[in-house]
Design a protein around this ligand. Sequence first.
Ligand code: ADP
Ligand code: MG
Length: 245
Amino acid sequence: MTDDVIVQVSGLHKAFGRLEVLKGIDLEVQRGQVVCIIGPSGSGKSTLLRCVNLLEEPNDGSVVVNGFQITDPDIDIDRARRGIGMVFQSFNLFSHLSVLDNLTIAQRKVLKRDKAEAERIALENLRKVGLTGKERSLPTQLSGGQQQRVAIARALSMNPDVMLFDEPTSALDPELVGDVLAVMRQLARDGMTMLVVTHEMQFAREVADVVLFMDGGVVVEQGPPSQVIADPQHERTQTFLSRVL
Ligand code: ADP
Ligand code: MG
């Protein structure tokens, strides 16, 4: 594994009881790359992402993130997770805390930043996601798209080495999707390493360096979007794309 590989997944297997969900996944994300994972519901996309940040424990195979062999039983899991930002479909903000407090709490507790420093970083990231002036709002006073952008700013405030997104726009009203995708596009342009599960084919086509098509717990096809999305070789990929495009 070279220094430029941030995420390396090899031979990853995951089962829930007798249900085999991941059947040997190999995946590599290089620093600065955007990798999009597409595929039908139930194909194992979320489980794969959750194995990458150790929300799920793999049954077999290895996951290395930023030099941390996260399948090593002796690993300092909190330290390993620190470099991984995660954005979920449901925004998972603390509803009783202001936007600013949502952005500073982990910085202070986990990274031990002082209040002024944490707030400076929070405001800088709020600006990046286009929400300057919303720092005193409660999450419930914001639209879904704004809440998701707060969740992105919160993840960025921890200075992650890689950002994982699990269908970040799937819970949003259609008119709110564009603002979130625009923020993600800008992040990609700024060089952020991103692993994105998405059904937004236009986004994947324009932003991804690599697209993986998953079905039934395996990677059926992977390559640049010009290949996987525009000219898929496998019948399963073709069938899936004909339904979503
Ligand atoms: P996707 O994100 O591609 O829709 P998931 O990774 O969420 O797929 O799920 C893949 C399969 O694993 C589904 O059949 C789902 O029901 C099952 N699954 C996911 N999480 C769990 C769990 N914690 N316990 C049991 N089954 C699960
Ligand atoms: Mg999912």
